[in-house]
Design a protein. Structure first.
Length: 336
């Protein structure tokens, strides 16, 4: 199998490394718009990484392309690769990107390829956890996602602007727009992250979860933020983001029914977001290229045919999930 990774930031470089460490992957073609970054990462990855002169991968026998470019730069590249018969995995978590890429479902299906959308930390790993947890319920009524931390600089900028955007909450069959930075809720993540205040933001998680659970009543997504984050969300970032994010976490709360009783399940994971997102994107790329049971078209990982093999592969790569065994103190919905 041959794969390509376009964009070698914190997530893209990790994705390429994960692919190269996979025995079934023969070569990984890599490209970045910054020639210095391309040379540095290509050298660090070793002989199985082949630098490209541009983002086009025709003529190299590539079966799947991972797009790890910043939000807003992906639609044309996706269309080009779909036209040429390549499976595509996008790590973008931008609302506009996710909306536009999901709209390519029919086109991808007609061309007999798969387009995986939002294959990062959250969305991405969070979608897999939601699908896995939902299998333990007879019916799923609600899914609520919260995330803490960012990957590389592009991810940090995206999350900064998300607090200034409109959140999209799914409630009883329709979307509700809510102001970013509102709806504070204390969410508990795996230690040592612990409890963090989380707020509504322009996040794409709901766009990927709602199609996976057609009868669901409520879906929300929140972002951990400080008071300063909320106050400065309408301004340019006051200081440059870290080259790669530090510790991050994701939390997925599922509410539904088991038999006659209502129940709650909370799953979580903790890792450096760039590392975890790179592993998720790499595993997703391998699966869509090799798994004949996965449907064609455009979809998120919450629509994975079977999340268990994907989660098991991620665990072998060091990205592990946990179950929260405490009891929620504040009923869901109490914060508005």
């Amino acid at each position: 199998m041959r794969a390509a990774v376009i964009g070698l930031g914190a997530v893209g470089a990790r994705t390429a490394r994960q692919l190269i460490s996979t025995p079934d992957v023969d070569e990984v073609f890599v490209f970045d718009a910054d020639p210095i970054r391309l040379a540095e990462v290509g050298t660090a990855l070793g002989e199985r990484a082949v630098p490209l002169a541009g983002p086009e991968v025709d003529g190299h026998g590539v079966s799947v392309v991972v797009l790890a470019t910043p939000a807003g730069d992906q639609l044309d590249l996706v269309r080009t690769n779909l036209d040429r018969g390549h499976h595509v995995v996008s790590v973008s978590d931008g609302v506009e990107d996710v909306t536009a890429l999901l709209a390519l479902d029919g086109e991808a299906h007609r061309r007999g390829v798969r387009l995986v959308v939002g294959a990062g930390f959250a969305p991405g790993l969070s979608c897999l956890l939601a699908r896995h947890g939902a299998a333990t319920f007879d019916t799923v009524d609600e899914v609520h996602v919260a995330k803490y931390g960012t990957g590389g600089p592009a991810c940090a900028r995206q999350h900064h602007s998300a607090l200034n955007g409109n959140a999209m909450d799914w409630r009883d069959g329709g979307w509700l727009q809510r102001r970013g930075g509102s709806g504070r809720e204390l969410c508990w993540f795996p230690e040592p992250v612990g409890g963090q205040d989380c707020y509504r933001a322009a996040l794409a998680d709901g766009l990927l979860l709602v199609p996976a659970f057609p009868t669901i009543q409520r879906v929300t997504a929140r972002l951990a933020a400080t008071r300063r984050d909320r106050l400065t969300a309408r301004l340019p970032m006051l200081r440059p983001p870290h080259p790669e994010g530090v510790l991050g976490a994701v939390r997925v709360e599922i509410r539904g029914r088991r038999g006659p009783a209502s129940d709650v399940l909370v799953l979580g994971a903790m890792d450096r977001p760039g590392v975890a997102a790179g592993a998720v994107a790499a595993v997703a790329a391998i699966r869509v290229a090799n798994d004949p049971d996965q449907r064609l078209g455009a979809f998120g990982l919450a629509e994975a045919a079977d999340p268990l093999p994907v989660l098991a592969d991620l665990a072998r790569r060091g990205v592990k999930a946990a179950v929260f065994e405490g009891a929620p103190v504040v009923p869901r919905g109490a914060s508005g």
